[in-house]
Ligand binder design. Structure first.
Ligand SMILES: C[S@@+](CC[C@H](N)C(=O)[O-])C[C@H]1O[C@@H](n2cnc3c(N)ncnc32)[C@H](O)[C@@H]1O
Length: 276
């Protein structure tokens, strides 16, 4: 591997790599791992910020502009990798089922009362998974053309068209969530915003409920987070995630790597968290 190979690695939310010279010629696709150079998938290049922490480069206006110009389909929100959706949803369902088998409050025999799909996109996770396990699923997603796809569907409750950094469920006064699902979206928040957001959640989490974070992991060779200029997001390392959970006062109760994704994509890990 050359010293610059880490610059052209991408991941499974929707990204891949591009030759360095095509740096500005970007299109979203799932991301390629350090050992999975897959030239067929190459269209863009996430970068490691040369100056400053990777998350200091996040620009919410660029991020929203990118997502607003993305087609409101599974293909769009998964960056041209719709085929990973089924296995992702199955992995999520298995992960939650294992948590519930150990739970006094939320055994698998009963439906959850209320869940929320955070950074929900078009509601791929809500329609394919959360609405099957919960009576009501609220949606938090800044892009309205995405939430228009899911609004009003069976089991869908309130829809909040805001970014997670601006979502204050504790102030909405609508009661508690048994499950707060965050997937492929927290990279849009700076580390500080992410921790502040996580700190708000215990106030709206039912006793025994779970905060789930399921995200791509940076496998940068120097163990750094990676800034992605295409959607102005960061891909964090496992170490960074664990530190931020700790900073937010959350306890990691279970974690699992997603299995069965196509070779060449960044690893994806699910974390189940509860207040300490
Ligand atoms: C890769 S898509 C994932 C969508 C969905 N979680 C899924 O897995 O199908 C990323 C989503 O994050 C949303 N997003 C962008 N900025 C955000 C923010 N500040 N807070 C929450 N979500 C954001 C985008 O609009 C987009 O819908």
């Amino acid at each position: 591997m050359s010293s610059t190979d880490h610059l052209i690695m991408s991941s499974p939310k929707r990204k891949s790599q591009a030759p360095a010279e095509n740096h500005s010629d970007t299109a979203k696709k799932p991301r390629i791992t350090e050992d999975g150079a897959d030239d067929d998938l190459a269209t863009e290049m996430p970068i490691v910020a040369a100056n400053g922490a990777p998350d200091s480069h996040i620009n919410p206006e660029l991020a929203i502009a990118y997502w607003c110009s993305t087609e409101a389909t599974v293909n769009g929100v998964l960056g041209g990798f719709p085929q990973v959706s089924r296995i992702d949803l199955q992995g999520s369902s298995n992960f939650l089922a294992k948590l519930r088998r150990q739970s006094k409050q939320f055994p698998t025999s009963k439906k959850l009362r209320r869940a929320v799909d955070c950074g929900a996109g078009i509601g791929r996770i809500t329609s394919g998974f959360l609405s099957k396990v919960a009576d009501t699923v609220d949606i938090v997603e800044p892009v309205k053309s995405f939430t228009d796809q899911i609004k009003g569907k069976e089991h869908v409750g309130d829809v909040y068209n805001v970014g997670l950094e601006s979502w204050h469920p504790d102030k909405e006064g609508l009661g508690n969530y048994d499950l707060i699902w965050n997937q492929w979206c927290v990279g849009q928040l700076t580390d500080g915003q992410f921790v502040a957001y996580l700190k708000r959640l215990p106030r709206v989490l039912s006793e025994g409920g779970w905060i789930i974070v399921k995200e791509n992991l940076s496998n940068h060779q120097l163990g750094e987070d990676v800034y992605d200029e295409v959607d102005s997001s960061v891909t964090r390392t496992d170490t960074k995630f664990r530190k931020l959970f700790e900073d937010a006062g959350l306890r990691l109760v279970s974690t699992e790597l997603q299995k069965g994704f196509p070779k060449g994509l960044y690893p994806v890990r699910a974390y189940a968290l509860q207040p300490r």
